[in-house]
Design a protein around this ligand. Structure first.
Ligand code: ZN
Length: 300
């Protein structure tokens, strides 16, 4: 590691570690910005894990993100590249060491900290942390990919779109397969279209929907099923809002934003839900309305 680091451009301040006794551990460091996507999920976990990895938890602070830059000696390898000041390796978890003579502050990965500087920093925390970060990043990427695939359904051929959104367990499982992989096989397409045709044949035999007036007011309790879901552009740049059409068990239909708690649960057309919202009737059709401020939402 040392060799490889020295071959590169030596444009950073080299710190002298020849006498480990001169370096004193003054903080634990976690090399991530709290703005990174995984942080929301694991930031506090990582800090707890680091604290429990040390016997000196009550004494040492934990630096992460900007705190490291603010406290460390400027222009060192870690300052410029984010790697270990001792060996140049990448690390997530390590220690800040103060040189008792010069006052310099080095940022060192946990391996060098425990082997070279002879101070016990538990490598377990680093290992676990890397694993957690990796899985949080993968999960985050998958979530984004699934959202994009869900949006892409809007651009499907009309029949294929109608078929994949059908309230039918086969269609639902094909939809899940598509959301996970981004792919629909020809056999799945054929099957979807066949199921769509069957469902249309059944629909034709059903009586026309009842025209029941929308129940208006503030805090109306709605129980019903999701008829369709779509994404629309939000007000903020690059944001999207998930909308749903709901048919109440009483017979009327209302449209509005999907409550946050239901987005997390991967809401599907056909799902039975209940929630409370402020409801207004449409001017053109008394059996259709719009809801706002959905709350107390749950799946039934
Ligand atoms: Zn190192």
């Amino acid at each position: 590691m040392r060799r490889a680091a020295e071959v590169g451009k030596m444009d950073f301040l080299k710190l002298d570690f020849t006498d480990p006794k001169k370096w004193q551990l003054i903080a634990n460091v976690l090399q991530y910005e709290s703005s990174e996507s995984w942080w929301e999920e694991y930031g506090s976990w990582a800090i707890d894990e680091m604290q429990s990895a040390h016997d000196v938890k009550s004494m040492l602070p934990i630096w992460h993100g900007k705190q490291i830059k603010e406290n460390q000696t400027k222009n060192t390898r870690n300052y410029k590249k984010g790697t270990c000041d001792h060996c140049g390796a990448h690390f997530c978890y390590g220690g800040a060491f103060k040189n008792l003579e010069t006052g310099q502050i080095a940022i060192v990965g946990n391996i060098c900290a425990s082997t070279v500087l002879n101070l016990t920093i538990d490598g377990r925390a680093d290992k676990l942390l890397r694993k957690k970060i990796k899985s949080a990043k993968t999960r985050h990427e998958n979530k984004i990919a699934r959202e994009q695939r869900l949006l892409k359904i809007e651009t499907f051929d009309a029949d294929l779109k109608a078929a994949i959104l059908l309230d039918n367990y086969v269609c639902k499982s094909i939809k899940q397969y598509y959301l996970n992989t981004g792919d629909i096989t020809d056999r799945q397409k054929t099957l979807l279209i066949k199921l769509l045709e069957e469902s249309r044949a059944v629909q034709e035999k059903l009586p026309a929907p009842r025209k029941i007036a929308v129940e208006e007011g503030k805090g109306v309790e709605i129980t019903g099923s999701v008829i369709s879901i779509k994404w629309k552009e939000g007000f903020a740049f690059n944001s999207r809002i998930m909308m749903m059409l709901v048919e109440s068990v009483k017979g009327f239909r209302i449209y509005g934003t999907v409550p946050k708690s239901l987005i997390v649960e991967d809401l599907q057309p056909g799902d039975k839900i209940s929630f409370t919202a402020n409801v207004e009737k449409s001017e053109k059709d008394e059996s259709f309305g719009f809801f706002k401020r959905p709350r107390k939402a749950k799946r039934n």
